[in-house]
Design a protein around this ligand. Structure first.
Ligand SMILES: [Fe+2]
Length: 127
């Protein structure tokens, strides 16, 4: 289905906002670079009017990304653009759909060669 998703429908700004709104403390949010990095390396906690919150340590994350890391948001929920696309895939395939986002720059592989236990539909930004 080459061309099924137009870059007019989904921009880097959309992708960036999904990562921005992700729960970075969740196990569904990861940074991979020579294996999954421990949270304490790139997530900090802070108190916000009596609520404990978590945020990315952006200089650390950017350094990792410059060095070939992959930022991963699994099981994306409550993101209208992603949900809309997932619903179309679900209607087409008749199967349940789980959406994830991976951000990586450069030539380095995000993961070693592996086998997925489910079908994968990859939507990627062309180089
Ligand atoms: Fe995979």
């Amino acid at each position: 289905m080459k061309g099924a998703v137009s870059s007019n429908d989904f921009s880097w700004r959309d992708a960036n906002e999904i990562f921005e709104r992700s729960n970075v403390a969740s196990n569904d949010f990861k940074l991979s670079c020579d294996g999954i990095r421990p949270k304490h390396e790139y997530v900090e906690s802070y108190w916000d009017i009596g609520t404990l919150r978590h945020r990315l340590i952006k200089p650390v994350v950017y350094d990792y990304l410059r060095n070939g890391a992959t930022l991963i948001a699994n099981k994306i929920a409550n993101e209208p653009k992603v949900n809309q696309f997932a619903r179309r895939v679900a209607e087409f395939t008749g199967r349940q759909v789980v959406s994830s986002a991976y951000a990586a720059f450069g030539e380095r592989d995000s993961f070693r060669c592996h086998w997925n236990t489910r079908d994968v539909i990859a939507v990627r930004e062309p180089n």
